[in-house]
Design a protein around this ligand. Structure first.
Ligand SMILES: [Zn+2]
Length: 274
């Protein structure tokens, strides 16, 4: 009997996988991926958090509540936990994923080994961008199957381990699209512009808050076409493709962040490759 109770409580802490369209589209539980956790049926939305950060919670197919959890690249494979309404945590399993290496030659040595003044600037800009990623607005994302922000082939995938002039630096935190300078960049879902800047590494940059911690960053723009506070409809143009900041040529770099974890944007456009 005790064994049965133990088994039962074990099963209760491992949530059933939700079966709806969004769950099937987004559930890629690997480092840099997304876990969809079934929160069950309730009259109102449960509040859920992961590592102290509030989570995106939606009502799938008008039936069950699901939490959509962003998993940082640094996540260790194994069991992870979501807190729900301050009750017993729900566990979910994270698998592993191999990321390839990329070697890039940069002519501007300052962009590989910046001097003290540039390091100070980089640190200040990083803090500003981290604050933007940590914003959490109550709005529901307009759509979770995102549109591609530009028409162009994917060039560099998310998560590549990168070596600049032979020296290892941070892994690739977003997805690159090959596109000509001046190509319009469109919001993949509706959102509010929460930050714009002209940064050392990212160049001309726009942050768009899609709601509940789901935040896009678009980098290396030749031109920014919006201001902080602007509301963008799905498909609204926010700027043009360029090569500002640390870029070897014109392309769009798109970061997608969920609960302050940078995740593979390919998941949200249905282009994820395990
Ligand atoms: Zn990139």
């Amino acid at each position: 009997m005790r064994f049965l109770l133990l088994m039962l409580s074990f099963c209760l802490t491992l949530p059933a996988q939700a079966e709806g369209f969004i769950s099937r589209l987004l559930h890629k539980p690997v480092p840099g991926g997304v876990a969809v956790v079934d929160l069950g049926q309730a009259a109102s939305a449960p509040s859920a958090s992961y590592q102290g950060k509030p989570l995106l919670v939606i009502h799938e197919d008008g039936q069950r509540w699901i939490a959509i959890v962003g998993l940082p690249l640094s996540t260790a494979p194994g069991l992870q936990q979501v807190e729900v309404n301050g009750q017993q945590p729900l566990s979910f399993q994270v698998g592993s994923r191999q990321y390839a290496e990329q070697r890039i030659t940069i002519k501007n040595q300052q962009q590989v080994n910046p001097n003290a003044a540039n390091l100070e600037r980089i640190e200040r800009e990083l803090a500003e961008q981290t604050r933007a990623y940590r914003q959490f607005s109550a709005r529901q994302p307009s759509n979770l199957l995102f549109d591609k922000p530009v028409n162009g082939p994917l060039s560099s995938p998310f998560g590549l381990r990168r070596f600049f002039n032979g020296e290892e630096r941070n892994p690739h935190s977003g997805l690159d699209f090959a596109a000509n300078r001046g190509t319009p960049i469109k919001a993949p879902a509706a959102g509010r512009v929460i930050l714009i800047g002209d940064y050392f590494f990212n160049g001309k940059t726009v942050f768009v808050d899609h709601g509940q911690g789901l935040i896009s960053m678009f980098c290396h723009l030749s031109e920014i076409g919006v201001q902080v506070g602007d509301e963008l409809p799905r498909g609204g143009v926010l700027g043009k493709v360029g090569a500002t900041g640390r870029a070897t040529g014109p392309h769009l770099h798109w970061n997608l962040s969920l609960n302050d974890a940078r995740i593979d944007p390919a998941i949200f456009i249905g282009a994820f490759k395990p």
